[in-house]
Ligand binder design. Structure first.
Ligand code: CP
Ligand code: NVA
Length: 307
């Protein structure tokens, strides 16, 4: 049996694969908007394992699989044996004999890597402490829809060096754009932890205004990610000056976009005037989780197909 393809981090795929996926997502989205059936995954089953909460990821995978003709099953670690200490390897062996595709949202990246090593079917990372590749797949697709190719452009990341930031770093290295990052002292990026070994696409800035200067896209995320709630108070103090507001957006290019993976905290990492303002594309960004992940699931199960 050939080893299945997985999508565990952004660097798993080449630029050519992303070009295919972006083109395919566009084709799938256009058909969806015309209410045309596209059901290449009939009789296929996706299992979704959640160890953390979710709105967008669950909905986009579940709706997406149904729209492609398949079925989706939700498993939570709270009410399955996964939460009672059954070894990840045993769970992977069993789950992957009963379905065609697995999506996992969990804490440690090492856990999803272990699951994938013992899985007979493709595994998709639906967010770990380290990465959120499906999010950046949708974000870059959204950028392309609004502004064309992201190669050679500048993206500014303001805030925490978290899973979403790490994935932007991998995407910059894979797709050839520049990432300006500004984090508060003590929360600096760690390229090696992000799995980025050629950091030529990365520049770090002490002042977030400098990171935003000349950017084509400004993006941020919550100050406290899931799993880090105990640090909430400390982080609220440390991150005070890392809010994306109108003044910061004025440092970026006049046509710069604003993105946020959501859920957002208005008045913390982003001001309402920005997230609810004309440069924000957050609703397109959220919707595009659906279309890009449909292209991803189709690719993992059927390979590259013609439109
Ligand atoms: N952006 C994102 O992954 O949202 P959820 O946590 O709602 O899935
Ligand atoms: N960085 C956030 C993203 C949520 C979609 C978290 O991990 O909680």
């Amino acid at each position: 049996m050939p080893a299945p393809k997985h999508f565990l981090q952004f660097s798993d795929f080449s630029v050519q694969k992303y070009e295919y996926l972006f083109a395919r997502a566009r084709w799938i989205k256009e058909r969806f908007k015309r209410y045309e059936r596209h059901r290449p995954l009939e009789d296929r089953t996706l299992v979704m394992i959640f160890e953390k909460q979710s709105t967008r990821t669950r909905l986009s995978f579940e709706a997406g699989m149904q729209q492609l003709g398949g079925a989706a099953i939700f498993l939570s670690t709270r009410d399955s044996q996964l939460g009672r200490g059954e070894p990840i390897e045993d769970s992977a062996e069993v789950i992957s004999r009963m379905c065609d595709l697995v999506m996992i949202r969990t804490f440690e990246q090492a856990s999803i890597e272990r699951f994938a090593r013992h899985s007979r079917v493709p595994v998709i990372n639906g967010l770990t402490n380290e990465y959120h590749p499906c999010q950046i797949l949708a974000d870059i697709y959204t950028f392309i829809e609004h502004r064309g190719s992201i190669a050679g452009r500048t993206v500014a990341w303001i805030g925490d060096s978290n899973n979403v930031c790490n994935t932007w770093m991998q995407a910059a290295a894979t797709l050839g754009f520049k990432l300006n990052v500004s984090t508060p002292p003590g929360y600096e990026v760690e390229p090696e932890r992000a799995g980025v070994f050629d950091a030529r696409c990365l520049e770090t800035f002490a002042d977030p205004m400098d990171a935003a200067r000349g950017a084509d896209l400004v993006t941020t995320d919550v100050w406290t990610s899931m799993g880090f709630e105990a640090e909430n108070e400390e982080r609220r103090k440390a991150f005070q000056d890392w809010q994306v507001d109108a003044e910061m957006m004025r440092c970026a290019r006049p046509d710069a976009l604003f993105m946020h993976c959501l859920p957002a905290h208005r008045g913390e990492e982003v001001a309402s005037e920005v997230i609810d303002g004309p440069q924000s594309v957050v609703w397109d960004e959220a919707e595009n989780r659906l279309h890009t992940q449909k292209a991803l699931m189709e690719y993992l199960l059927l390979g590259q197909v013609g439109g």
